[in-house]
Design a protein around this ligand. Sequence first.
Ligand code: SIN
Length: 291
Amino acid sequence: MTYQHITVKPLAGAIGAEIFDVDLSQPLAPTVLDEIHRAHLEYLVIVFRDQDLTPDSQKAFARNFGSAHINDFFPTVEGHPDVQLVAKNPEDTRNVGDVWHTDVSYVRKPPLGSMLYALEVPEAGGDTMFASTYAAYETLSDGMKELLEGLNAVHSATQSFGVNATGPEMKAKNKSMAFKYTQDAEQDAVHPVVRIHPESGRKSLYVNRSFTKHFEGMTVEESKPLLHYLYDHMARPEFTCRVRWSKGTLTFWDNRCAHHNALNDYQGQRRIMHRVTVLDDLRESHADAAD
Ligand code: SIN
């Protein structure tokens, strides 16, 4: 694919690219936005360096792709209920998202993607790993693809945001990220294990360690061996890229075909990010309008 209005430098073989020559704090021309959209579809994770964004300008950029998801569990930036604060301070031992996962897969209509903006980062460490779930699906044997084709999986927020995850023990490990407990932590959503991307039409694997509980119609114990095989397969190094953050980096990933893991290797240091999670509603409303 060629790009005329932005510069695109791939980060790895299967996933990820850095995008240059764009100032996200300014309104973007439709031609530029169109190329950013194409790069997002092609690389699944796109990284913009040296941006100077406020919560309002981050949201304004996000609105080009969909409206912002309001997360029931995360602390938010004051005055911005749709901007989540992803923080780890020197006294915290736990961080957010240090298990391979896809954001918010526990709701019926999971979001399109997430935009994470770095305000403060450790001197070293705190990178985020991303992996292509297209690559994970496409490298399975035909037999395994056939087996998975008819399966659904149950996803739930309980493990990450239920009573055990929001209780005093966890709060002591990460005082900065006191997740809120709400009844929604007990909600379940069912999704096909092989998910078709609504824009590219490609198939990907849609299960993850944080939120998938079991295959529909099977117990947790029965599901475990196959789910664990899939989780290990999905994290194969050749499906991944690694984003090294610096202040002003904004990374926009596609939750429909990528999963991620935030490395917790910076004890005693601070890492502060703002996350806007983008719903898949803009494309849907365009499609409705065309009907
Ligand atoms: C997340 O899982 O959304 C947070 C990722 C990160 O902090 O790198």
